[in-house]
Design a binder for this molecule. Structure first.
Ligand SMILES: [Cu+2]
Length: 471
């Protein structure tokens, strides 16, 4: 919680304690005290203590903003401000966000609620908030210049509307968006159904997070805002693996995960061990006739996808973006593939000049995960995360769904690594190895080629190439 002094600061009232006597009780009560959160840990779900009840969501490495009821209106106070976000242990980024964090807190309301949101701008430039996906009066839509004047530095604006349809939404600035979203300004919004909705099932666990991306040079703290495609940090709620918390559930829980994409590219989100249904989009719950089982769903830019499944397989299941570059942290992309290139002679020669010189990549990039390479301060390792069997060799958009028989209902704490029943883990084969038998037809004898190439050609895939800049 913020202090009283901060409240006056945020409320734009100068002087803190001095001003307290000068400010009337009415003025003090005019807007709710902003709640500031600086921990990057996943906070326990915020069980509503006023208004209609619902099963609250859990924001991965985030939290839900408390509100106050004021004559039947749910009042929230968002503060747009520079923040320091720990993106992974040992790696901090200087971002912009809301109420001490990037992304901002999740806002949870119930269909039909009248909502009033105070937005105080503590950024060095003007801002606004667009309530992505909501039905609302045009003047509340938050596009600076089009629907409202931008909120100047130091000023507080008020948005007010009724949360008309249940679903999953996002919020973000619609003023100097390129800068402000590249700096981490965004948040999640969930509107729970007022009454039982035939298209919205009850679930035991309801998780949400935003996909976001940053371009922060190794050793620096502030994102480069002009980057359009070649981001080097692919994050969930401004966290990168192994800094992203696991999704901990009880065996046979029905689980919902809501994912919003505010990056500049699409993300095929993939779950291991279970099939899921896409039960909702930005437009609300999907008709049942449109649902089919999948293990990967693509979330395009500006979209939201809500997936649901029965967690009926015990274990530690990977859950990640399937673009392999998005499960890597800060890396230079201009590194040619060196697999199969023998560096020994070269390295020896260079070592005579530079004793610490080492080569990377000649056996693939896995060595990088274990190699103790000197890196600048405040740099996320490219891929890391120690699992029960060694390095996971992942970074970025990667987490783990932990399904446990003995996880208590409503307990979101991390149960540790899965203890596999005896004989259920892939292991080394130690018997005799036969010579591989080749198909007789191999080489095209069954359908002989009429024209053979004059010179046999061998093709090697070279990736990542130094020429691409699009993932
Ligand atoms: Cu991705």
């Amino acid at each position: 919680m913020t202090s009283r002094r901060d409240f006056f600061k945020y409320a734009g009232i100068a002087g803190g304690a001095v001003a307290a006597s000068a400010v009337s009780r009415v003025a003090m009560a005019a807007l709710p005290e902003p709640v500031i959160q600086t921990s990057p840990n996943t906070m326990a779900p915020l069980v509503p203590n006023s208004g209609r009840t619902y099963n609250p969501v859990v924001t991965l490495n985030g939290w839900t903003l408390p509100w106050r009821m004021n004559q039947g209106v749910k009042e929230f106070h968002l503060v747009s401000e520079p923040v320091v976000r720990e993106m992974a242990p040992g790696f901090k980024a200087h971002l912009w966000g809301y109420n001490g964090q990037s992304p901002g807190p999740t806002i949870e309301v119930v269909e039909g609620d009248r909502v009033r949101i105070f937005v105080t701008n503590k950024l060095p430039e003007h801002t606004s908030i667009h309530w992505h996906g909501q039905r609302l009066p045009n003047g509340m839509d938050g596009v600076a210049g089009l629907n409202q004047p931008a909120i100047p530095t130091g000023k507080t604006f008020v948005y007010e509307f009724v949360a008309r349809r249940p679903g999953t939404f996002m919020y973000h600035p619609h003023a100097d968006e390129m800068t402000q979203m590249a700096m981490g300004m965004m948040g999640f919004w969930v509107t729970h159904p007022k009454v039982k909705n035939p298209l919205i099932d009850e679930v035991q666990r309801d998780f949400c997070f935003l996909l976001n991306a940053y371009d922060i040079d190794p050793g620096s703290y502030t994102p480069k805002i002009m980057t359009m495609l070649d981001f080097n940090l692919w994050s969930w709620n401004s966290r990168i693996f192994p800094g992203i918390d696991s999704l901990n559930v009880r065996l046979n829980d029905k689980v919902r995960i809501r994912v919003g994409n505010l990056t500049m590219t699409n993300h095929p989100i993939h779950l291991h061990g279970h099939e899921f249904l896409v039960t909702g989009t930005d437009g609300g719950p999907t008709p049942k006739s449109t649902r089919w089982y999948e293990v990967t769903t693509d979330v395009a830019v500006g979209q939201m996808r809500q997936i649901e499944f029965l967690a009926d397989e015990e274990g530690d299941w990977a859950f990640h973006c399937h673009k392999s570059h998005h499960t890597m942290n800060a890396m230079g992309h201009n590194v040619p593939t060196l697999i199969g290139v023998d560096h020994r002679g070269v390295a020896k020669k260079i070592n005579n000049l530079i004793p610490d010189y080492m080569v990377m990549g000649e056996r693939g990039m896995a060595d990088m995960a274990e190699m103790e390479m000197p890196i600048p301060d405040n740099t996320a390792p490219m891929m890391t995360g120690e699992g029960p069997f060694g390095s996971v060799e992942m970074g970025g958009m990667f987490s783990v769904l932990k399904v446990r028989r003995d996880q208590k209902p409503g307990d979101y704490s991390n149960p540790g690594w899965f203890k596999h029943p005896k004989g259920t883990v892939a292991h080394e084969y130690t018997g005799p190895l036969a010579e591989p038998a080749r198909f007789k037809s191999e080489g095209g004898q069954s359908m002989p080629r009429s024209q053979k190439p004059a010179i046999p050609t061998e093709v090697k895939v070279r990736k990542p190439s130094s020429s691409h800049d699009n993932h």
